[in-house]
Design a protein around this ligand. Structure first.
Ligand code: NAG
Ligand code: NAG
Ligand code: NAG
Ligand code: NAG
Ligand code: NAG
Length: 354
């Protein structure tokens, strides 16, 4: 039973479709035709009672009259049942609609204006009337100086294209008035700097303000963490940390300043700060930076040492040799001693002992 109803339904549906389809075909063929135009004060060709769609006719006007389009004769086409443009013969002293680019004015449906009629125009956004002339008058079939709308020097061209962004709430325009704004929105998964998804750009004296950059949102999180202050007052970290062979020589709320003891070289920053988490920043290291001269070392058997002596890294010292008036120069270079032979003091003064 159910399958029978279904079959019937499909049959009727098919029949309905057939009727609709032939109807549509018929309608396509039946584009309305045009009847002969009513033309006062002129004549047209060809002369027929009806004209099929897309038929063209030409017409001209009697003395003292003219067509509503440029020229002494004009053409009109039958489109979907009406003549376009409508064949009209108007008074020779009337004016046909002026063409004023980038402007608007109150238009007459008929497409023409009587002698003496004045038109006041309004330039489109981002355009200014040249010479502040915003009117024109129909005088004896001609418009007096037609106003010109020129691009405002402070207007902007199309706003910059930005990767992964689109302009929203606005159709395409190639000219924007000064001081107007456009809103950009980043593609999903991207945000402008600062974390928003949207940003405005403004047209200022002919240029667009700096564009936003759409970055992947995942990086914005870490940016936020970086902005957070890392350090806090030194008192939050408690007792000053011990730096072997170094001492705190300066302190304030923000940092401690360390200095290595004599004979020690500082490695790393001498400033130590307190992190938010209560731990100290990297401490400097005070590296031994001296050479020791031990009298027990046979290297020093020719010199007189009163116990162990120390020489700072990079420095040198004149040391008495066992022979009277003889000296040796001992330098500490990279933790190693470099010494000259024992020379007589006069040779040093002559600069000869090396
Ligand atoms: C033709 O005119 C009919 C009715 O006036 C309208 O429905 C149809 O859209 C028009 N077709 C075109 C192509 O203008
Ligand atoms: C507009 O056109 C009509 C004819 O359709 C005419 O009678 C009228 O005077 C025109 N208006 C102006 C302001 O020229
Ligand atoms: C403005 O138009 C009038 C005529 O309508 C003309 O006499 C005048 O010179 C024009 N002014 C400028 C600045 O173009
Ligand atoms: C606008 O941009 C142009 C080209 O970069 C520049 O020469 C001009 O000075 C700018 N104008 C203003 C008002 O910033
Ligand atoms: C404290 O913060 C610093 C900087 O973020 C980090 O290097 C250090 O490992 C942290 N220390 C502890 C104990 O969390």
């Amino acid at each position: 039973m159910i399958s029978f109803v279904k079959k019937m339904y499909i049959r009727y549906l098919g029949f309905g479709l057939l009727i609709w389809f032939t109807g549509a075909l018929h309608a396509q063929h039946a584009t309305p035709s045009c009847s002969a135009p009513r033309l006062d004060g002129g004549f047209f060709s060809p002369k027929q009672e009806t004209y099929s769609d897309k038929t063209r006719l030409t017409y001209t006007c009697n003395d003292g009259r003219k067509p509503t389009v440029k020229g002494w004769w004009a053409a009109s086409t039958c489109l979907n049942g009406t003549w376009s443009p409508e064949p009209q013969c108007i008074d020779e002293k009337a004016c046909i609609a002026p063409n004023i680019p980038n402007a608007q004015y109150r238009e007459n449906q008929s497409g023409w204006y009587n002698d003496g009629h004045r038109i006041r125009i309004k330039c489109n956004e981002a355009y200014d009337p040249k010479g502040h002339n915003v009117t024109t008058t129909c005088i004896n079939g001609k418009w007096s100086s037609v106003p010109v709308c020129e691009k405002d020097i402070h207007a902007c061209g199309e706003p910059p294209q930005i990767p992964h962004a689109v302009i929203i709430h606005q159709g395409y325009q190639d000219v924007f008035a000064a001081d107007t704004g456009v809103q950009y929105e980043c593609e999903d998964g991207y945000t402008v700097e600062g974390g928003d998804a949207k940003k405005y750009l403004y047209c200022i004296t002919g240029n667009w303000t700096q564009g936003p950059v759409c970055r992947t949102s995942t990086t914005s999180g870490s940016t936020e963490r970086d902005i957070k202050p890392l350090y806090t007052k030194v008192e939050h970290c408690g007792a000053y940390p011990n730096v072997p062979n170094g001492d705190v020589v300066q302190q304030n709320d923000e940092f401690l300043k360390y200095q290595c003891n004599s004979f020690y070289k500082q490695v790393g920053s001498d400033n130590v700060k307190c992190y938010n988490n209560g731990s100290w920043s990297q401490l400097p290291i005070c590296q031994a930076a001296f050479c020791s001269l031990d009298p027990a070392d046979p290297v020093w058997r020719n010199v007189r040492l009163s116990g162990v002596e120390y020489i700072k890294e990079g420095e040198g010292r004149l040391i008495s040799c066992t022979s009277l008036s003889y000296f040796s120069i001992v330098k500490c270079i990279n933790g190693e001693t470099v010494s000259t032979q024992c020379c007589h003091s006069t040779d040093y003064f002559n600069g000869r002992c090396l």
